[in-house]
Design a protein around this ligand. Structure first.
Ligand code: PLP
Ligand code: COI
Length: 355
């Protein structure tokens, strides 16, 4: 029988709410935070009593290992509300499993699935009024875990904190997305931590992404660290390529995040009768396809990004524009996945979980 922990959650309610000051029809991504958070400490070799507390600052010692050795991982997921006010999560167990994959790689404690799910569901029940329903918005959920344990010795900490915080959010990108295909810097390497959602993976992307932004690109498409000849993924999303009528994406590896949106889009595309291929893609193949007109679409897929069309890419100082098509695979797949997530369409895959 599954072990449940919900009865053990200690709840301290916020004395006031910020909800009335929020414009739910004009939400940026991840800038406003709801009234409560879920917090759980790992101490003395075990997870302690979980708590739901008012959203507030976290106090740490300067010697906490998070500051020195970067033991910090996170997840990204969303909650949706349908027109009847029912609340749904999308494949949440997959996020919990991935959090634990990240935890293992960073020598951090794993969290039992029941513990994670019960905490998340209880917090969602308290914060359900924070779930936006306007087109393109959702309640972004950010579970994260970091080392609180102290010491300057470069070794894993002996205590950790898991937090789940909520941010009612609109789209991740505000306009057109253009990407720069990276030819110098690397996001990850064989045997490294690229497959983990480790905070440091994102910190390492910021400088090359700043350089790309100065040139007018919103995201970098990372290439393999060895040859820079093959595309991998973008800073916050996996990448799909349409060549003629085939939808392609690259295989995941220890350098690439195993995106939940990516695998869902692949399944939906197959269900829609779209021909899919999961294989390595050379930058030179993209350029050739762009030049001979067979490159029809490029889009990113991720929880925050949902399905974000890419209007052009840069490589070695040259720009390549994508055609402006009427009916795109991206638009079709975005509609299907968001309809499933928001309970507007049937979910033949069993991904949607009612809270
Ligand atoms: N790749 C990276 C580097 C990401 O940060 C994300 C976002 O979570 C993704 C891909 C997409 O993953 P998912 O669809 O699970 O959100
Ligand atoms: C997500 O899509 O949930 C992510 O974690 C991407 C993040 C960089 C905003």
């Amino acid at each position: 029988m599954a072990i449940t922990y919900s009865e053990e959650i200690q709840v301290e309610r916020a004395k006031t709410t910020k909800i009335n000051s929020v414009d739910f029809n004009n939400l940026a991504f991840g800038k406003i935070f709801s009234d409560h958070m879920f917090v759980c400490d790992f101490e003395d070799g075990k997870w302690q009593t979980p708590k739901i507390l008012p959203y507030q600052p976290i106090t740490l010692q300067p010697s906490s290992k998070i500051f020195h050795y970067g033991q910090s991982i996170f997840e990204g997921m969303k909650a949706y509300k349908d027109e009847n006010g029912s609340v749904f999560l999308f494949r949440p167990i997959d996020n919990c499993k991935r959090l634990n994959i990240s935890a293992k790689r960073l020598a951090m404690p794993e969290i039992p699935e029941d513990y994670f799910m019960n905490g998340l569901k209880e917090l969602l029940k308290i914060e359900k009024d924070w779930i936006p329903t306007s087109e393109g918005s959702a309640l972004y959920i950010r579970p994260f875990m970091f080392a609180t344990g102290e010491g300057f010795h470069a070794s894993p900490a002996d205590s950790y904190k898991l937090v789940i915080a909520f941010a009612p959010s609109g789209p991740y990108f505000s306009g057109d997305v253009k990407v720069l295909i990276e030819e110098k810097y690397s996001r990850s390497a064989n045997g490294g931590v690229g497959f983990a959602k480790a905070g440091g993976n994102y910190a390492g992307q910021f400088y090359p992404t700043q350089l790309a932004k100065e040139k007018g690109y919103q995201q970098v498409i990372w290439t393999d660290d060895n040859t820079h000849e093959y595309i991998e993924e973008a800073g916050a999303m996996n990448i799909f390529v349409r060549i003629n009528d085939t939808l392609l994406t690259v295989p995941t590896s220890d350098r690439i995040l195993d995106g939940i949106t990516r695998k869902s889009i692949l399944k939906i595309a197959e269900d829609e009768g779209i021909k899919t291929e999961v294989r390595k893609i050379k930058v030179s193949e993209l350029i050739e396809a762009s030049e001979n007109g067979s490159l029809k679409e490029l889009f990113g897929a991720g929880t925050a990004a949902v399905v974000s069309p890419i209007s052009g890419f840069g490589f070695k100082g040259k720009n390549y524009d994508l055609p402006k098509l009427e009916d795109t695979f991206g638009a079709r797949l975005k509609k299907r996945i968001t309809d499933i997530q928001t309970n507007k369409a049937e979910d033949p895959f069993g991904w949607r979980i009612k809270v």
